[in-house]
Design a protein around this ligand. Structure first.
Ligand SMILES: [Zn+2]
Length: 424
């Protein structure tokens, strides 16, 4: 990998625009950030005039297969945080991310805990009480989970995890140095999780109507929220036009796996249970109260089939550009929306080697035309993507996703779930 000087750019450092206009990348790291830096000898120079350099984007809620990591990187997402995976699949992702320059890096919760009765993921470990909760967390930590995921009221079912079980899950995770994220759909489920000491909400799918007591508890916990607004927007039909615009974008569409493109030719099935307006209201209120809001898409594993309940959240990487637009719609300024996909997730997930343009951080970078700190849609005007200092050859890049048995199981689930009105 050659050393690089990128110059004549605006620099959004993960939190704000800074005075510098040039960076040097060396040995996979950012080694210098400054004004009008002159090229050290033997260094390749990229003139980014008119553009903005950002930290590579972090998608805080995905479900990934190998082809998905390739797709993500092509759209400037350099790190994906997976929120459910079998250990052998996650191990393959980790090995690919360590050995290949053309895939996004990945972290995973591995399998999440579900209440008795199970859920969408047929292989999900069922946790029926506090003792099982402790055993569940210890098993995930042994398998190498980066954080712990729990499903409090999956599929909008009544809450299936008692306060005691949730507390046992959270305490065991914290004892092992791991954060805990929840799929909690109803306000009651979210409150129960937060009161148990949980760290992050992996969705806002309804109006959580947070009151002063809940906000105080969120602050005391140091909690963060990943609203996945795109999911509610598409489930309600409010996101269809934006999705088409995104997939037809001249600098995005050509890099999309054609199988994903085919999936979005028609409007997706609806999930009336998800309340997009309520999710927007809640996100606005939480952001106004100073709770960290992070960008996540819930992009689905593989290429879900049309009949699958999750097919419309297909589109790793590209979907994050839609989520950023929706975060701005929810009341975040463009700078806050960009921070929600860079410095803030790095801080909230303890990824201290990335998420910022600063000396010593990983050289994971996105160069775009225009100024996304003024107009968020400028993140789509992708000029270049660097991962660990290596520039992705976007023109040569083609995702090579291969269908897996996991994706076939999603298909059969899709048919089952549609018969009973859909599931997420
Ligand atoms: Zn998910």
């Amino acid at each position: 990998m050659s050393d690089t000087l990128i110059r004549n750019v605006r620099i959004f450092d993960g939190e704000r625009l800074v005075k510098a206009n040039a960076v040097v990348l060396r040995g996979g790291l950012i080694t210098e950030v400054g004004v009008d830096l002159s090229p050290p000898s033997g260094v390749k120079t990229v003139d980014g005039r008119g553009g903005t350099l950002l930290p590579g984007l972090i998608d805080c809620h995905v479900h990934a297969r190998l082809g998905n990591l390739e797709q993500a990187l092509a759209f400037g997402v350099t790190t994906e945080l997976d929120m459910y995976n079998r250990p052998e699949v996650a191990g393959g992702l980790r090995a690919a991310a360590a050995g290949r320059a053309d895939v996004a890096d990945c972290r995973s919760s591995l399998q999440g805990a579900v209440p008795p009765g199970g859920w969408l993921f047929k292989d999900a470990p069922v946790v029926a009480g506090p003792a099982e909760a402790v055993a569940f967390v210890q098993a995930r930590i042994r398998e190498g989970a980066d954080y712990i995921k729990v499903f409090v009221d999956p599929g909008g079912r009544p809450i299936g995890l008692s306060p005691e079980t949730l507390r046992a899950l959270v305490d065991a995770a914290h004892a092992g140095g791991k954060r805990v994220l929840a799929h909690a759909e109803s306000a009651t489920a979210a409150r129960r999780f937060i009161e148990a000491g949980g760290d992050g909400l992996a969705h806002v799918l309804q109006d959580l109507a947070p009151d002063a007591a809940l906000l105080a508890r969120l602050r005391r916990n140091g909690d963060f929220v990943v609203p996945t607004l795109r999911l509610s927007a598409l489930a309600s039909g409010a996101g269809d036009a934006a999705r088409r615009q995104l997939f037809d974008h001249p600098r995005l569409g050509p890099f999309l796996d054609p199988r994903v493109r085919r999936l979005v030719a028609e409007d997706p099935p609806r999930l009336p249970r998800l309340d997009f307006a309520g999710a927007l209201r809640t996100t606005r209120l939480l952001h106004g109260a100073g709770i960290p809001i992070l960008a996540g898409t819930d992009a689905a594993a593989g290429i879900p089939a049309r009949e699958s309940p999750v097919w419309w959240v297909a589109g790793h990487g590209i979907a994050l550009h839609h989520e950023l637009e929706l975060l701005v719609q929810a009341g975040l300024g463009p700078v806050d929306a960009l921070a929600a996909a860079t410095a803030l997730p790095a801080r909230c997930f303890g990824l201290n080697d990335r998420g910022r343009i600063a000396s010593g951080r990983r050289a994971d970078l996105l160069l775009v035309d225009g100024d996304p700190t003024k107009e968020i849609k400028a993140t789509r005007e992708i000029v270049g993507v660097w991962r660990s200092g290596g520039r992705l050859d976007r023109k040569a890049h083609r995702a090579t996703f291969a269908e897996t048995d996991v994706d076939r199981s999603f298909r059969s689930l899709g048919r089952n779930s549609h018969a009973k009105g859909g599931d997420v």
